[in-house]
Design a protein around this ligand. Structure first.
Ligand code: SAM
Length: 275
């Protein structure tokens, strides 16, 4: 199952595609900024806006050590290091994503504060109580064993540490239409309801500090984005998550967008505390 998740994300040629698109967009690919990268490295609902808001809720300090679980291409890790001056370690299942995250971090001049390694959220390769904060954005949807995922993030946090999550949750219970961003087939999609998610987090030992349902905000932003694109149909952007996802992007974004618009999914953000 875990191998299938890694195969879903890592399909080859990713760094080359990203660098080629950045160069085509006129960026200096040897001296990238987090803003240059934001259209291609924030691989989650609401992109950079979500990261900004979640970082505001988590409020890490410059002395905090942060673990980003399911760090993807490293956009949120680099954002936290660049804007909050904290040290971030990313862990991700997909080797190609980890290699790409490392290369982009070098090119953004952040390798002294951000590192990445291949590893599983179900067996996080760090000792107990190693981190002040944990962060996991749009990862839970691929994880069947939620009790273990939450227990692992609880284990690597120190007492008083904070966990920030963004998750796509089950809405009205109607089935999803595949493919979506996180799965081509239902076999690697493991959504839970917001209520189940809350009780699993509490059962893992967390206290809920913030719980925000951003579904309506995400839908309004997606509608505004569609209007912008419709008013400029001959000028598709060079940079975007389509560079990462490839030719199936349109179908996946349409299915995921429809699922949220029809109430089949919800977008949850939360900050939890390990007492
Ligand atoms: C939609 S991407 C989100 C990436 C990143 N968090 C972001 O927001 O930009 C989901 C990521 O979760 C990773 N992932 C899925 N299941 C995982 C697991 N069990 N352990 C570690 N990483 C996992 C995938 O490899 C992928 O990089």
């Amino acid at each position: 199952m875990i191998e299938e998740v890694a195969r879903h994300y890592g399909k080859g040629g990713l760094l080359e595609r990203i660098l080629a698109a950045l160069a085509q967009a006129g960026k200096d690919i040897d001296h990238l900024t987090i803003d240059d990268l934001a259209p291609v490295d924030e691989f989650h609902s609401r992109r950079r806006l979500a990261t900004e808001e979640l970082a505001g809720l988590l409020a890490p300090s410059p002395t905090d050590r942060v673990i980003d679980v399911g760090s993807g291409l490293g956009g949120p890790s680099r954002y936290l290091a660049a804007t909050r001056s904290c040290r971030v370690s990313g862990v991700d299942l997909t080797p190609e994503f980890v290699e790409t995250a490392k290369a982009l971090t070098e090119r953004a001049g952040l390798a002294d504060r951000v590192d990445f390694r291949v590893g599983s959220a179900l067996d996080i390769p760090f000792p107990d109580a190693s981190f002040d904060c944990a962060w996991s954005q749009n990862v839970a949807m691929n994880i069947a064993d939620r009790p273990r995922y939450y227990a692992e993030m609880h284990r690597v946090l120190r007492s008083g540490g904070r966990l920030a999550i963004q998750d796509v949750a089950v809405g009205n219970g109607d089935p999803l239409r595949f493919p979506v961003m996180w799965a081509d087939r239902p076999e690697i999609s493991f959504l839970r309801t917001p209520e189940e998610t809350k009780s699993l987090l509490v059962a893992a030992g967390f206290q809920i500090k913030e719980w925000v349902d951003n579904t309506e905000t995400a839908l309004a932003e997606a509608a505004a984005e569609r209007n912008r694109a419709a008013s400029n149909p001959t000028d598709p952007p060079i940079l975007g998550i389509h560079v990462v996802v490839g030719p199936s992007f349109r179908e996946k974004i349409r299915n995921a967008g429809q699922a949220m618009a029809e109430g089949r999914t919800r977008l949850i953000n939360a900050v939890l505390i390990k007492p």
